[in-house]
Design a protein around this ligand. Structure first.
Ligand SMILES: *Cc1c(COP(=O)(O)O)cnc(C)c1O
Length: 233
């Protein structure tokens, strides 16, 4: 148990150092503790020290944890994985923020399900495939403005920012251009006044590259391995 807390402190220290390098305030930067594959008992000590959110990438696993965690209302539950449209209803039963909206059809389905469940405002981020890798989900950067226009029709969805997954790089420094591009896209879009969009969150940076993401403006980091150790699959 102690190792998780020590890792958490270490991650916080690294964030503070990265923030200081570029003159950012560490309190503006939030960590989503990625708990996929991690037993719920190992998460609890983090809740006790006040973490803000956990992130899960599979609906079934997330719901099982959500239902068994006595402390579930003390934190936010974020969904960060590819979401199939037939899982939207279940996802909306626990998720406070969906980081990974990667198509207009998914956006429309979230709106439709929200209406059926009488939920007024589902908070989401648009996932952007900045690197253009075929293996990755997400909107191409040039598709994002049109997605934000279309989102006007979906009154129950509020888009609170952008998310990306950088390619794995041996040298994390090589991820910088992807993070920079996402930040610049966000800046450009925030000035355009799309009605269902606010540029609140830039979700980028994982274990391998979060310091670079902080230097490039990330304010939601999704970190698993650096907190919980290598996942056993
Ligand atoms: C697993 C996962 C993470 C965390 O990855 P680590 O390298 O373990 O920090 C972040 N984002 C997404 C979308 C993930 O699936």
């Amino acid at each position: 148990m102690a190792d998780v807390l020590a890792n958490w402190q270490c991650v916080q220290a690294r964030i503070r150092q990265a923030a200081a390098r570029v003159g950012r305030l560490p309190e503006d930067i939030h960590v989503v503790a990625v708990t996929k594959g991690v037993a719920i008992e190992r998460v609890q000590p983090l809740v006790e020290v006040g973490i803000r959110a956990v992130g899960e990438n599979r609906v079934q696993e997330a719901i099982a944890k959500y239902e068994s965690a006595a402390w579930r209302d003390e934190i936010e539950w974020h969904f960060i994985g590819h979401l199939q449209r037939n899982k939207v209803r279940q996802c909306l039963s626990f998720a406070d923020l969906v980081h990974s909206v990667d198509s207009l059809r998914l956006l429309a389905e979230i709106d439709r399900r929200a209406a059926a469940l009488e939920l007024d405002e589902i908070k989401v981020l648009l996932q952007v495939n900045v690197s253009g890798e075929k293996s990755k989900f997400g909107f191409a950067p040039e598709e994002v403005p049109r997605a934000l226009e279309q989102a006007c029709e979906h009154k129950r969805v509020l888009i609170q920012g952008l998310m990306t997954i950088a390619p794995y790089e041996e040298d994390p420094e090589d991820t910088r251009p992807y993070f920079r591009q996402l930040r610049m896209l966000g800046e450009e879009l925030s000035s355009k006044g799309f009605p269902r969009f606010e540029m609140k969150y830039l979700s980028m940076g994982m274990t391998n590259d979060f310091e670079i993401a902080v230097e490039e403006g990330a304010n939601l980091l999704r970190i698993g391995t650096a907190i919980f150790g290598e996942r056993q699959l």
